[in-house]
Write a protein that binds this ligand. Structure first.
Ligand SMILES: Cc1cc2nc3c(=O)[nH]c(=O)nc-3n(C[C@H](O)[C@H](O)[C@H](O)COP(=O)(O)OP(=O)(O)OC[C@H]3O[C@@H](n4cnc5c(N)ncnc54)[C@H](O)[C@@H]3O)c2cc1C
Length: 401
């Protein structure tokens, strides 16, 4: 158990974290791109149930999608904190990074554990946006959060793996060129540990569709373009295996701290969006002869959301600082995810109440962002599983999973 005194690994003086408007030029650049994608763009996309092609292309052209890819592979080689800033700004402007955030956190798994040939083949194209690396196939219908028990099976047959099984909630699979797929290569009852027996494969989607891979779209309350994916004797070349067979869960776990930090930053952006809009509206909207924000029933929830956002922001910065220093950050990344998703939700609720009936009108965008940010408390990891992590791994209480 980690002692509470050591609960923040920052207490030994290293590493340090920036406060305030860090990466100011990046923030400004992202906002300039986002200005061309106002609420109407997102509402229309949702009405047509379409992927944000133009938005993703614009971010790629401006170089933001390759921010975390090292320079030798065509990216900018920036730290995860810069990635967090990019996603935060996207969300703070009212846009959504859901269409393209996955490549930022999956890319680390390829970078740390992929072969040189895989990196040279894919990373330069991912950096420019030519190759879309947006599909992450982990969750399955029967095993859900219990990832180590997943059942999609890959069996070696010469220089291929033959994949059979099913994934659920694989967002953007139909819009992606590459999928990072977690499969079982050793049956669960033969694996030495629960965390072994799984492997990571890169699936070339154009090659796979119609040759053992089929998809069915799932209608959801948010425009995440998500799918059920079915594998029926899909052949994947052995050269597409990331790292060693049976070690895939470890590789994915490595990337999960990055995922937690980056999606936390999106929640911070959502919180800012709601707080800025709600406080402005509360000041301008006059009912009973005075601004509604003069009433503490309206003012205090917004002020409280602001305080929660500030606290969550510090934890996201701490997690990113540790991650960028190569230090363990599971506790901070999970805590950041918990606090930021709750701060965003409380801000969303405050904005919903502040806007009154207008919150329900699509053109105000409050309800769209409200639906979007609620999801962050469920996916990519649910609040309970974060609490279970903290309870078990940090506080040493009995395991529940
Ligand atoms: C729009 C959307 C997009 C998604 N995109 C992707 C994607 O691209 N790729 C991908 O792989 N997955 C994706 N997911 C899946 C997402 O990661 C899962 O929904 C999430 O991890 C929860 O898993 P589950 O839905 O199976 O819930 P379950 O595991 O069935 O859990 C249901 C509830 O029970 C709780 N629970 C379960 N076990 C415990 C326990 N031991 N202690 C306490 N509480 C527990 C959970 O916290 C949760 O609240 C997406 C989901 C959605 C809705």
């Amino acid at each position: 158990m980690t002692s509470l005194a050591a609960a923040t690994s920052l207490s030994d003086g290293l590493p340090s974290m920036p406060l305030g408007n860090d990466f100011a030029d990046i923030r400004e650049g992202v906002r300039a791109v986002c200005k061309n994608f106002p609420g109407k763009y997102w509402r229309d996309l949702e009405a047509r149930d379409e992927y944000a092609e133009e938005f993703v292309a614009a971010l790629g052209a401006a170089g933001y999608l390759g921010a975390l890819i090292p320079e030798e592979y065509g990216g900018s080689g920036l730290p995860i904190r810069a990635g967090a800033v990019i996603l935060e700004e996207i969300h703070a402007t009212g846009c959504s990074a859901a269409a393209c955030h996955a490549q930022m956190y999956m890319m680390g798994t390829m970078l740390r554990h992929g072969s040189e040939a895989q990196k040279l083949r894919y990373l330069p194209g991912i950096a420019t946006g030519k190759i879309r690396f947006q599909a992450f196939g982990v969750t399955e219908p029967t095993t859900g959060s219990d990832t180590t028990q997943l059942k999609t099976r890959a069996v070696r047959d010469g220089d291929h793996y033959v994949v059979n099984g099913q994934k659920l909630w694989t967002s953007r699979a139909h819009k992606s060129d590459l999928m990072m797929l977690l499969v079982r290569t050793t049956p669960a009852d033969q694996a030495k540990r629960r965390s072994e027996g799984l492997s990571v494969l890169l699936v070339d989607m154009q090659d796979a569709v119609g040759k053992g891979l089929t998809m069915r779209r799932i209608e959801t309350m948010v425009n995440h373009q998500t799918n059920e994916v079915f594998f029926d004797n899909l052949r994947v070349p052995v050269e597409n295996l990331i790292g060693e067979p049976d070690q895939g869960f470890r590789y994915i776990l490595d990337g999960m701290n990055a995922e937690r930090i980056l999606t936390s930053a999106e929640s911070l952006g959502d919180a800012r969006y709601f707080i800025e809009r709600a406080s402005r509206y509360a000041t301008e909207r006059v009912v009973f002869g005075r601004p509604i924000g003069q009433n503490q029933g309206i003012q205090f929830p917004i002020a409280r959301a602001y305080a929660e956002w500030r606290a969550a922001d510090l934890m996201v910065r701490a997690a990113a600082a540790l991650f960028d220093a190569g230090r363990p950050c599971g506790e901070e990344a999970n805590t950041a995810k918990l606090l930021s998703s709750e701060a965003a939700w409380n801000a969303a609720e405050a904005a919903m109440q502040t806007f009154g009936g207008f919150a329900a009108a699509r053109e105000f965008d409050i309800e769209r962002k409200w639906r979007d940010c609620r999801l962050q408390r469920i996916a990519p990891i649910s609040t309970n599983l974060i609490l279970a992590y903290l309870g078990q791994h940090v506080l040493g209480m009995p395991r529940s999973y």
